[in-house]
Design a binder for this molecule. Sequence first.
Ligand SMILES: [Ca+2]
Ligand SMILES: [Ca+2]
Ligand SMILES: [Ca+2]
Length: 324
Amino acid sequence: DEHNNKTVKTQKVTVEDTTPPELKAPVDKVVEATAAGGTPVELGTPIYSDIFKVTVKNNAPKVFQIGTIEVIWTATDEHNNQTISKQKVTVQDTTKPKLTVPADITVPATGTRTKVSIGMATATDIFNVAITNDAPADFPLGTTIVTWKVTDENGNFTTGTQKITVVQKLKVKAFNATRNNTTNTIDPRIMLENISSTDVNLSDIKVRYYFTSEGDYTQIFACDYSQVSGSSGQRNITSYVSGKFSKVTGKTNCDCYLEISFSSNAGRLKPGENVIIQSRFAKINWSSYTQSNDYSFNPTADDYTDTSKITVYLSGNLIGGIEP
Ligand SMILES: [Ca+2]
Ligand SMILES: [Ca+2]
Ligand SMILES: [Ca+2]
């Protein structure tokens, strides 16, 4: 006071910072995967403020796996006030694998069904892939489409096709010189054409003509004429043709077949060449046949005509025609 008496009291003034920083995480991200082991993602820059110095961190992994995760951003000021803000990061694989299918293949038939080595497709993708195809165990004559499919581990897939063509080695044409329903002589005219790109040994070939014999009698075969024609000229192989008869049971329109074969002197049938066999057969007692119930009989053709009812075997394998 005016007389200099003093009393002292203290007042505490506390300045404190309890205000957390402002923080806004970068915008959500959707990115395409760039590596199977994880994809690095550029997260962007957060927006933050505080009157004091702020440290901003996040818990993002170095690389992101497929899927969505929430990255948590944390802003901390010097007085340990914290604010968090979340950012969604999605890594996806929408990229289809690339597929390369094996080349188309053409092979000669080795039977009614032919085994073919079709090769293997290849595929690329940053993820693991599985390759499948729908190829049968063996292939019929003609062209079969094989569909290959590659699927990555995220379910994206690509398909591609491969053509497998099985060609008949020998084409069979035939007609019956006698087309009367009742006859004591059956005389098939048969032509085999080598439609493959390789030679065929005639002695490896057997041809079957199927019929019902109307009585169990010895039958006699005769080859009237057989000739190879084509790039090597013409040659008569009549004396190298033989025929034998075999009985069959349990078939429709067939209880017997004639099997025609060639001796080694018949030589080879080159690509594009054909051989005709003009033969006849009869029962030893000259009793009549009925032809309308014969599997291989063609009542209408009067010249060499495609047929599937006369079968051809190469080294014992059926390579042409359909058995009864
Ligand atoms: Ca603050
Ligand atoms: Ca992919
Ligand atoms: Ca008959």
